[in-house]
Structures are given as C-alpha cells and as structure tokens.
Design a protein around this ligand. Structure first.
Ligand code: PGA
Length: 258
C-alpha cells in the first residue's frame, strides 16, 4: 500500500515570492527523501495564481487545485475549470472542503457536479467529508458522513467503471478538528472510526474490492507529532495537511514521519 500527503495551502501566502520560498524549501528539504521513497507521494495544492510558476519548476511534488468549476469553459465569471487545472499540470483537485461548504455554501449536489467533471477529464478528486461539532455532540456523525458520501458520489459508479480506486480519494476531515475552525486534532480512535465507516459506505456504493483500495486520508490539525499515528493506526492511506504545510520545516518533518 502506498501513502500520499497533500498540502492544502488554502488562501495563503500573500505573494509569489513567499509562495516560491515555501515551495523551494520543501523541494530542497525532501530532494533525496522523496526520490528514494517509492511508496510515498506528496502533492501541493496552492492558490490557483501560483500554479503556473510551480509547474515550470522541476518539482518532486505533484500539483493540485483547491477547487474547480463543473463546466469546461464559458461565461462563468470568476470560475476556474478542471480542464484549466489539467493544463497547468495538476493531477489532483480538492472538492467539497468544509471551508467551501461553509463560507461559499457549496452543497453536496454542487460537489457532485464538480466530481463528475473532474473524473471525466482525469483529475483525481480528493473529496472532503466530515461532521461539525454540533453533529458530533448529537451523535449523528455516521448519518452525516453517509449522506455526504451518497449525495456527492451519486451517479459516479456509471462514470468510473471498476477502477474507481485509482481515480478517487476521500479525506475524512471532522470540521471541529480543522485549525481554521479553532480545532484540535481528532483522537486516533475518532479518525479510525470515521475512516472505517467511510470504507463501509464506499463498499455499498462501489464494489467491496474497489472500496478496500480507495485511499482515505485524514485531515485536521495534523502536525509532525501526530502524523505517523494518523497514517499507520487508523487504516487510512494519507494526510491532508492545512496550516502545517505552510511551514516548510514542519511539513518536511510530517512527510518524514510517515
Ligand atoms: P488544518 O487544515 O491542517 O489547518 O487543520 C486541514 C484542512 O482543512 O485540509
């Protein structure tokens, strides 16, 4: 089984000088490490405006977008399409992140449309799901995850054949654990239970065999101290890292901890 660590830079940093500094430090710090490590893949999802510069560098990191629109092109002011991301060298796209669900009111139906276009054009979507604090307190985490997965993945089976495991990643990100929401990381047990349940639902949507192989990542306040446990003790296959991925020293430590 191989692992993946994805950096989600969110709306940071403020200019391309800083973005390049971080990107260069990461490449320099992991040069020998990632080359030698055949079971570990790493990707950076910066704001769209830095992708072109990063594409031109001979980087060890794969690239991804933080979102994409559901149409290829046209009169959609402000939107960036999956096709554009592909042309910028992206292999991945984060979809359904809780910050987009909350601040931009993205629904499961919208995310479903974005997922379909991403899969169709060969971008690997990293579909984020997770419950908020109130839902957790009400003990309805499983209902929330099930609903999100079923709605976001509606109609995907027809689209993807039986190779879905190669084309779709899921990130379990309990909203209460995300730094931007004042979070503190989930316990290993919380993450394990979430990941286990997600796999159970996936096995009902796809085949059991495919569901077993779909990579499920954990995200939410990951640091170099908890990274290894979140990967090796939860049944997951990787991490989606926000704030800590903007600090090159810390992010390098996270990658090396796996
Ligand atoms: P965080 O964010 O690591 O800053 O908590 C993770 C995410 O939102 O993807």
């Amino acid at each position: 089984m191989s692992f993946i660590v994805i950096a989600n830079w969110k709306c940071n940093p403020l200019n391309s000088r800083e973005a390049n500094q971080i990107f260069n430090s990461l490449n320099k710090g992991l040069k020998n490490y990632l080359h030698k490590n055949s079971i570990l893949e790493a990707a950076v999802c910066p704001p769209f405006v830095y992708l072109q510069e990063f594409k031109l560098q001979n980087s060890l990191f794969k690239l991804g977008g933080q979102d994409c629109f559901w149409e290829k092109q046209g009169a959609f002011t402000g939107e960036i399409s999956g096709e554009m991301l592909k042309n910028l060298g992206c292999q991945y796209v984060i979809l359904g992140h809780s910050e987009r669900r909350i601040y931009l009111k993205e629904t499961d139906e919208i995310i479903n449309k974005k997922l379909k276009i991403a899969l169709k054009i060969g971008l690997i979507p990293i579909l984020c799901v997770g419950e908020n604090q109130i839902e957790r307190k009400k003990n309805i985490t499983k209902d929330v995850l099930k609903k999100q997965l079923k709605r976001c993945l509606k109609g995907i089976q027809n689209l993807s054949g039986n190779k879905i495991q190669n084309f779709l990643f899921i990130a379990y990100e309990p909203i209460w654990a995300i730094k931007g929401f004042g979070g503190k990381a989930a316990t290993i047990d919380d993450a394990r239970q979430g990941i286990l349940f997600i796999r159970e639902i996936l096995s009902k949507i796809f085949t059991k065999k495919a569901a077993k192989k779909i990579k499920i990542l954990y995200g939410g306040s990951v640091t170099s101290k908890n990274a290894s446990e979140f990967v090796h003790q939860t049944g997951g296959q990787g991490l989606l890292v926000g704030s800590a991925s903007l600090n090159p020293k810390e992010f390098i430590k996270i990658i090396k901890a796996i």
